[in-house]
Design a protein around this ligand. Structure first.
Ligand code: FES
Length: 355
Protein backbone atom coordinates (compact mmCIF):
# COMPACT_ATOMS: atom_id res chain seq x y z
CA UNK A 1 0.00 0.00 0.00
CA UNK A 2 2.79 2.44 0.80
CA UNK A 3 6.23 3.11 -0.65
CA UNK A 4 8.87 5.04 1.23
CA UNK A 5 11.36 6.55 -1.18
CA UNK A 6 14.51 7.59 0.63
CA UNK A 7 15.70 9.96 -2.05
CA UNK A 8 18.99 10.83 -0.37
CA UNK A 9 20.85 10.42 2.89
CA UNK A 10 22.00 14.04 2.69
CA UNK A 11 20.46 16.23 5.41
CA UNK A 12 21.32 19.64 6.84
CA UNK A 13 20.34 18.39 10.32
CA UNK A 14 22.36 16.07 12.52
CA UNK A 15 19.78 14.49 14.85
CA UNK A 16 21.37 11.88 17.06
CA UNK A 17 18.20 9.74 16.80
CA UNK A 18 18.15 9.57 13.02
CA UNK A 19 16.84 6.26 11.73
CA UNK A 20 19.24 6.29 8.78
CA UNK A 21 21.87 3.53 8.83
CA UNK A 22 25.33 4.18 10.24
CA UNK A 23 26.73 3.58 6.76
CA UNK A 24 24.89 5.97 4.54
CA UNK A 25 24.62 5.98 0.77
CA UNK A 26 27.00 8.37 -0.99
CA UNK A 27 25.65 11.12 -3.22
CA UNK A 28 27.30 9.68 -6.30
CA UNK A 29 25.45 6.38 -5.83
CA UNK A 30 21.95 7.89 -5.65
CA UNK A 31 19.33 6.85 -8.20
CA UNK A 32 18.80 9.26 -11.07
CA UNK A 33 15.56 11.12 -11.80
CA UNK A 34 14.87 8.66 -14.62
CA UNK A 35 15.35 5.68 -12.28
CA UNK A 36 12.99 7.14 -9.70
CA UNK A 37 10.33 7.92 -12.32
CA UNK A 38 10.42 4.32 -13.51
CA UNK A 39 10.15 3.08 -9.91
CA UNK A 40 7.15 5.36 -9.30
CA UNK A 41 5.41 4.00 -12.40
CA UNK A 42 6.12 0.43 -11.33
CA UNK A 43 4.80 1.19 -7.85
CA UNK A 44 1.54 2.56 -9.20
CA UNK A 45 1.16 -0.50 -11.44
CA UNK A 46 1.85 -2.79 -8.46
CA UNK A 47 -0.97 -1.25 -6.44
CA UNK A 48 0.92 1.20 -4.24
CA UNK A 49 -1.43 4.01 -3.19
CA UNK A 50 0.80 6.37 -1.26
CA UNK A 51 4.37 7.47 -1.82
CA UNK A 52 6.30 9.05 1.03
CA UNK A 53 9.28 11.11 -0.15
CA UNK A 54 11.77 10.84 2.65
CA UNK A 55 15.51 10.84 3.31
CA UNK A 56 17.76 12.21 4.78
CA UNK A 57 16.17 15.43 3.65
CA UNK A 58 14.18 14.83 0.44
CA UNK A 59 14.29 18.53 -0.39
CA UNK A 60 18.06 18.24 -0.80
CA UNK A 61 17.26 16.56 -4.14
CA UNK A 62 16.91 19.16 -6.89
CA UNK A 63 14.46 16.94 -8.77
CA UNK A 64 11.95 16.59 -5.93
CA UNK A 65 9.35 18.74 -7.69
CA UNK A 66 9.69 16.68 -10.88
CA UNK A 67 9.30 13.45 -8.88
CA UNK A 68 6.20 14.73 -7.09
CA UNK A 69 4.73 15.75 -10.46
CA UNK A 70 5.49 12.32 -11.89
CA UNK A 71 4.04 10.46 -8.90
CA UNK A 72 0.94 12.60 -8.93
CA UNK A 73 0.40 11.98 -12.66
CA UNK A 74 0.76 8.26 -11.96
CA UNK A 75 -2.17 8.53 -9.54
CA UNK A 76 -0.18 8.20 -6.31
CA UNK A 77 -1.02 10.13 -3.12
CA UNK A 78 2.13 12.14 -2.40
CA UNK A 79 3.56 12.96 1.01
CA UNK A 80 6.86 14.65 1.85
CA UNK A 81 8.53 13.88 5.17
CA UNK A 82 10.80 16.85 5.72
CA UNK A 83 12.68 18.91 8.28
CA UNK A 84 11.23 21.95 6.48
CA UNK A 85 14.41 24.02 6.62
CA UNK A 86 14.63 24.16 2.80
CA UNK A 87 10.93 24.85 2.21
CA UNK A 88 11.06 28.38 0.80
CA UNK A 89 8.07 30.25 -0.69
CA UNK A 90 9.24 29.31 -4.18
CA UNK A 91 9.69 25.63 -3.27
CA UNK A 92 6.22 25.55 -1.71
CA UNK A 93 4.66 27.08 -4.83
CA UNK A 94 6.47 24.59 -7.10
CA UNK A 95 5.44 21.60 -4.99
CA UNK A 96 1.85 22.77 -4.94
CA UNK A 97 1.81 23.15 -8.71
CA UNK A 98 3.32 19.66 -9.00
CA UNK A 99 0.39 18.19 -7.06
CA UNK A 100 1.76 17.52 -3.56
CA UNK A 101 -0.99 16.17 -1.30
CA UNK A 102 0.48 16.30 2.21
CA UNK A 103 3.56 17.40 4.15
CA UNK A 104 4.87 16.00 7.41
CA UNK A 105 7.13 18.42 9.21
CA UNK A 106 9.50 17.26 11.92
CA UNK A 107 10.33 19.24 15.06
CA UNK A 108 13.10 18.53 17.54
CA UNK A 109 11.55 20.37 20.50
CA UNK A 110 8.98 23.04 21.36
CA UNK A 111 11.41 25.99 21.54
CA UNK A 112 14.26 27.19 19.35
CA UNK A 113 17.33 26.88 21.58
CA UNK A 114 16.84 23.22 22.50
CA UNK A 115 15.43 22.24 19.09
CA UNK A 116 18.42 23.75 17.30
CA UNK A 117 20.77 21.96 19.65
CA UNK A 118 19.16 18.55 19.08
CA UNK A 119 18.98 19.15 15.32
CA UNK A 120 22.52 20.52 15.15
CA UNK A 121 21.27 23.35 12.93
CA UNK A 122 21.33 26.93 14.17
CA UNK A 123 18.16 28.76 13.14
CA UNK A 124 16.46 25.54 12.06
CA UNK A 125 13.45 25.81 14.38
CA UNK A 126 12.58 29.31 13.10
CA UNK A 127 12.71 28.01 9.52
CA UNK A 128 10.38 25.16 10.47
CA UNK A 129 7.83 27.59 11.90
CA UNK A 130 7.95 29.47 8.59
CA UNK A 131 7.59 26.22 6.68
CA UNK A 132 4.50 25.30 8.72
CA UNK A 133 2.96 28.68 7.91
CA UNK A 134 3.64 28.18 4.19
CA UNK A 135 2.09 24.71 4.23
CA UNK A 136 -1.07 25.95 5.91
CA UNK A 137 -1.32 29.02 3.66
CA UNK A 138 -1.06 26.71 0.66
CA UNK A 139 -4.12 24.90 2.02
CA UNK A 140 -2.28 21.62 2.48
CA UNK A 141 -2.85 19.25 5.41
CA UNK A 142 0.01 19.36 7.88
CA UNK A 143 1.29 16.71 10.24
CA UNK A 144 3.60 18.10 12.94
CA UNK A 145 5.93 15.36 14.09
CA UNK A 146 7.74 15.71 17.44
CA UNK A 147 10.37 13.15 18.29
CA UNK A 148 10.61 12.72 22.04
CA UNK A 149 13.26 11.23 24.27
CA UNK A 150 14.78 11.46 27.69
CA UNK A 151 16.20 14.95 27.09
CA UNK A 152 13.02 16.72 25.88
CA UNK A 153 10.16 14.59 27.21
CA UNK A 154 9.16 17.09 29.90
CA UNK A 155 8.07 19.53 27.16
CA UNK A 156 5.54 17.25 25.44
CA UNK A 157 2.65 19.48 26.45
CA UNK A 158 4.39 22.54 24.93
CA UNK A 159 4.94 20.53 21.75
CA UNK A 160 1.24 19.71 21.48
CA UNK A 161 0.34 23.37 22.06
CA UNK A 162 2.80 24.37 19.33
CA UNK A 163 1.24 21.87 16.92
CA UNK A 164 -2.16 23.39 17.68
CA UNK A 165 -0.89 26.93 17.10
CA UNK A 166 0.59 25.88 13.77
CA UNK A 167 -2.79 24.59 12.61
CA UNK A 168 -1.70 20.97 12.22
CA UNK A 169 -4.43 18.45 11.35
CA UNK A 170 -2.38 15.75 12.96
CA UNK A 171 0.23 15.84 15.71
CA UNK A 172 2.58 12.94 16.08
CA UNK A 173 4.30 12.44 19.43
CA UNK A 174 6.81 9.77 18.61
CA UNK A 175 9.23 8.36 21.12
CA UNK A 176 12.53 7.52 19.47
CA UNK A 177 12.68 4.05 17.92
CA UNK A 178 16.10 2.55 18.40
CA UNK A 179 17.57 1.77 14.99
CA UNK A 180 20.50 3.29 13.10
CA UNK A 181 21.97 6.34 14.82
CA UNK A 182 19.33 6.20 17.53
CA UNK A 183 20.56 2.78 18.63
CA UNK A 184 24.06 4.18 18.88
CA UNK A 185 22.73 6.91 21.19
CA UNK A 186 20.23 4.76 23.11
CA UNK A 187 21.76 5.28 26.54
CA UNK A 188 21.43 9.05 26.28
CA UNK A 189 17.92 9.00 24.80
CA UNK A 190 15.91 6.24 26.45
CA UNK A 191 13.39 7.80 28.89
CA UNK A 192 12.76 6.51 32.40
CA UNK A 193 9.47 4.78 33.26
CA UNK A 194 8.36 7.91 35.16
CA UNK A 195 9.02 10.04 32.09
CA UNK A 196 7.08 7.64 29.89
CA UNK A 197 4.12 7.63 32.27
CA UNK A 198 4.20 11.41 32.34
CA UNK A 199 4.03 11.49 28.51
CA UNK A 200 1.19 8.95 28.49
CA UNK A 201 -0.87 11.17 30.79
CA UNK A 202 -0.19 14.36 28.81
CA UNK A 203 -1.13 12.69 25.52
CA UNK A 204 -4.30 11.16 26.98
CA UNK A 205 -5.43 14.56 28.29
CA UNK A 206 -4.63 16.29 24.98
CA UNK A 207 -6.55 13.65 23.03
CA UNK A 208 -9.63 14.36 25.11
CA UNK A 209 -9.21 18.12 24.81
CA UNK A 210 -8.58 18.08 21.03
CA UNK A 211 -11.01 15.31 20.14
CA UNK A 212 -12.71 15.93 16.79
CA UNK A 213 -10.29 18.74 15.93
CA UNK A 214 -6.75 17.35 15.86
CA UNK A 215 -5.71 13.73 15.70
CA UNK A 216 -2.80 12.79 17.95
CA UNK A 217 -0.68 9.80 16.99
CA UNK A 218 1.42 8.45 19.81
CA UNK A 219 4.35 6.10 19.36
CA UNK A 220 5.84 4.60 22.54
CA UNK A 221 9.29 3.08 23.05
CA UNK A 222 9.22 -0.70 22.75
CA UNK A 223 11.51 -1.07 25.75
CA UNK A 224 8.58 -0.64 28.16
CA UNK A 225 6.09 -2.67 26.14
CA UNK A 226 4.63 -6.07 27.03
CA UNK A 227 3.58 -6.80 23.43
CA UNK A 228 5.58 -5.98 20.32
CA UNK A 229 4.39 -3.56 17.68
CA UNK A 230 3.45 -4.82 14.21
CA UNK A 231 6.55 -3.25 12.72
CA UNK A 232 5.80 -1.89 9.21
CA UNK A 233 2.42 -3.65 9.50
CA UNK A 234 4.26 -6.96 9.10
CA UNK A 235 7.39 -7.77 7.10
CA UNK A 236 6.76 -7.15 3.37
CA UNK A 237 3.05 -6.91 4.03
CA UNK A 238 2.12 -3.30 3.37
CA UNK A 239 5.29 -1.30 2.73
CA UNK A 240 8.27 -1.21 0.47
CA UNK A 241 11.23 1.04 1.20
CA UNK A 242 13.71 2.13 -1.44
CA UNK A 243 17.15 3.34 -0.30
CA UNK A 244 18.90 6.27 -2.07
CA UNK A 245 21.05 3.85 -4.07
CA UNK A 246 18.03 1.77 -5.10
CA UNK A 247 18.03 -1.15 -2.70
CA UNK A 248 14.51 -2.42 -2.06
CA UNK A 249 13.99 -3.04 1.67
CA UNK A 250 11.01 -4.28 3.69
CA UNK A 251 11.87 -1.61 6.30
CA UNK A 252 14.28 1.32 6.62
CA UNK A 253 16.63 -0.56 8.99
CA UNK A 254 16.72 -3.86 7.12
CA UNK A 255 20.26 -3.38 5.90
CA UNK A 256 21.47 -4.16 9.43
CA UNK A 257 20.29 -7.77 9.00
CA UNK A 258 23.07 -10.23 8.16
CA UNK A 259 22.85 -12.90 5.45
CA UNK A 260 20.52 -10.84 3.30
CA UNK A 261 20.98 -9.63 -0.25
CA UNK A 262 18.57 -6.84 -0.91
CA UNK A 263 17.60 -6.58 -4.56
CA UNK A 264 18.17 -3.34 -6.42
CA UNK A 265 15.50 -1.57 -8.43
CA UNK A 266 18.27 -0.90 -10.95
CA UNK A 267 18.24 -4.60 -11.84
CA UNK A 268 14.79 -5.92 -10.90
CA UNK A 269 11.22 -4.76 -11.29
CA UNK A 270 9.32 -3.83 -8.13
CA UNK A 271 6.76 -6.51 -8.95
CA UNK A 272 9.37 -9.28 -9.04
CA UNK A 273 11.09 -7.96 -5.91
CA UNK A 274 7.79 -7.93 -4.03
CA UNK A 275 6.63 -11.36 -5.16
CA UNK A 276 9.78 -13.38 -5.67
CA UNK A 277 12.81 -12.03 -3.80
CA UNK A 278 14.13 -14.00 -0.86
CA UNK A 279 14.55 -10.76 1.13
CA UNK A 280 10.84 -9.98 0.97
CA UNK A 281 9.62 -13.54 1.38
CA UNK A 282 11.88 -14.59 4.28
CA UNK A 283 9.85 -13.09 7.16
CA UNK A 284 6.52 -12.57 5.39
CA UNK A 285 3.44 -14.15 6.95
CA UNK A 286 3.72 -16.62 9.81
CA UNK A 287 5.55 -19.70 8.48
CA UNK A 288 9.01 -18.36 9.44
CA UNK A 289 8.03 -17.75 13.07
CA UNK A 290 9.57 -19.47 16.07
CA UNK A 291 7.13 -21.74 17.93
CA UNK A 292 6.44 -19.09 20.58
CA UNK A 293 5.00 -16.72 17.94
CA UNK A 294 3.44 -19.38 15.74
CA UNK A 295 1.28 -20.66 18.60
CA UNK A 296 0.30 -17.15 19.75
CA UNK A 297 -3.21 -15.82 19.08
CA UNK A 298 -1.74 -12.43 18.20
CA UNK A 299 0.52 -13.73 15.44
CA UNK A 300 -1.49 -12.06 12.68
CA UNK A 301 -1.84 -8.87 14.69
CA UNK A 302 1.77 -8.11 15.62
CA UNK A 303 3.40 -10.36 12.98
CA UNK A 304 6.13 -11.30 15.45
CA UNK A 305 7.13 -7.67 16.05
CA UNK A 306 10.27 -6.18 14.64
CA UNK A 307 13.02 -8.21 12.96
CA UNK A 308 15.60 -5.44 13.28
CA UNK A 309 14.93 -5.09 17.00
CA UNK A 310 15.18 -8.87 17.46
CA UNK A 311 18.62 -8.67 15.89
CA UNK A 312 19.71 -5.54 17.77
CA UNK A 313 18.61 -6.74 21.20
CA UNK A 314 18.56 -10.55 21.04
CA UNK A 315 21.22 -11.00 18.35
CA UNK A 316 18.90 -13.06 16.10
CA UNK A 317 16.66 -11.52 13.44
CA UNK A 318 14.45 -14.64 13.42
CA UNK A 319 13.79 -14.58 17.18
CA UNK A 320 10.62 -13.39 18.88
CA UNK A 321 10.85 -9.63 19.30
CA UNK A 322 12.27 -9.07 22.84
CA UNK A 323 9.56 -6.41 23.34
CA UNK A 324 7.17 -9.35 23.90
CA UNK A 325 6.87 -10.25 27.58
CA UNK A 326 6.81 -13.95 26.57
CA UNK A 327 10.16 -13.72 24.79
CA UNK A 328 13.07 -15.42 26.60
CA UNK A 329 15.05 -12.28 25.74
CA UNK A 330 12.56 -9.84 27.28
CA UNK A 331 14.89 -9.26 30.23
CA UNK A 332 17.33 -7.60 27.83
CA UNK A 333 14.92 -4.68 27.47
CA UNK A 334 14.97 -4.16 31.24
CA UNK A 335 18.77 -4.42 31.17
CA UNK A 336 18.91 -1.69 28.51
CA UNK A 337 16.66 0.55 30.63
CA UNK A 338 18.89 -0.02 33.68
CA UNK A 339 22.02 0.66 31.63
CA UNK A 340 20.59 3.96 30.37
CA UNK A 341 19.50 5.13 33.80
CA UNK A 342 22.77 6.64 34.93
CA UNK A 343 24.48 6.93 31.56
CA UNK A 344 25.90 10.29 30.43
CA UNK A 345 23.73 12.45 28.20
CA UNK A 346 26.25 13.17 25.46
CA UNK A 347 24.97 12.49 21.96
CA UNK A 348 26.83 11.39 18.85
CA UNK A 349 25.45 13.53 16.01
CA UNK A 350 24.47 11.91 12.75
CA UNK A 351 26.85 12.94 10.00
CA UNK A 352 27.12 11.99 6.37
CA UNK A 353 30.69 11.67 5.13
CA UNK A 354 30.72 13.53 1.84
CA UNK A 355 32.21 11.41 -0.90
FE1 FES B 1 13.07 -3.53 10.43
FE2 FES B 1 11.19 -3.33 12.33
S1 FES B 1 12.63 -1.83 11.70
S2 FES B 1 11.49 -4.94 10.89
Amino acid sequence: MGMITELTHRCPLQCAYCSNPLEMDAVKGELTTKDWCRVLDEAAALGVLQVHFSGGEPMARRDLVALVRHASAAGLYTNIITSGVLLSDAAMADLLAAGIDHIQLSFQDSGASKADRFGGYHGGHAKKLEAARRIREAGLPLTANFVVHRQNVERVNDMIVLGEELGAERIEIAHVQYYGWALLNRNALLPSREQLEHTNAIVAAARTRLSGRIAIDYVVPDYYAARPKACMGGWANRFINISPSGKALPCHAAETLPDFTFPSVREHSLASIWAESDAFRRFRGTAWMPELCRSCDLREIDWGGCRCQALAVAGDAAATDPACARSPDHYRMADAIAEAENAPLNLIPRRLQHN
